[in-house]
Design a binder for this molecule. Sequence first.
Ligand code: IMP
Ligand code: MG
Length: 184
Amino acid sequence: MTNATNQALECLLTRQQIQQRVNELGAEISRDFAGQRIMLVGVLKGAAIFVADLARAITVDCTFDFLAVSSYGMATSSSAVRLIKDVDEPIEDRNVILVEDILDTGRTLCYLKNMLLAQGPATLKIAAFLDKPERRLCHIQADYVGFTIPNRFVVGYGMDFAERYRNLPDICVMATDAPSDVWE
Ligand code: IMP
Ligand code: MG
């Protein structure tokens, strides 16, 4: 596959692999929360597609909501992450699973985890579809991880390069990795 500038997009994870793994994660979450209610909180926009699939793979009582953050380029601390849309429903006393497309430096999820914990959820877990542990700057781990991947810039399944490629059903690597200031 090539994009408009003829950069090759190499497939890293197929839609079949993605679907199978999301189903496994849904089953694992449903076992962990058997008989309980959970609230998925997705981080816009990247996690929207993962939330949609994960919610349908979960068999316990489950609601979902979204928040949005913006982060500044070249920033080196989580203070550079800013909330631009909060959840609609209170999370106090709820079993919350924060759902993110990819855990990279960890700044976004460190910031969001602390922010949500301050609101008194009954439990707070993190689900990240992808994990790039090589680039971690903040000490944080996800409780549920789809795939651990090498330090490559990926697009598809909700993830973008300059807002493009979110709709690719597979997860692809750009043959020429994106310049880091676009996504840091
Ligand atoms: P972190 O705060 O560095 O962990 O960044 C997480 C966010 O950076 C993700 O939610 C994505 O929006 C973005 N990101 C990190 N790596 C990639 C990538 O390989 N492709 C697309 N977006 C990425
Ligand atoms: Mg994101």
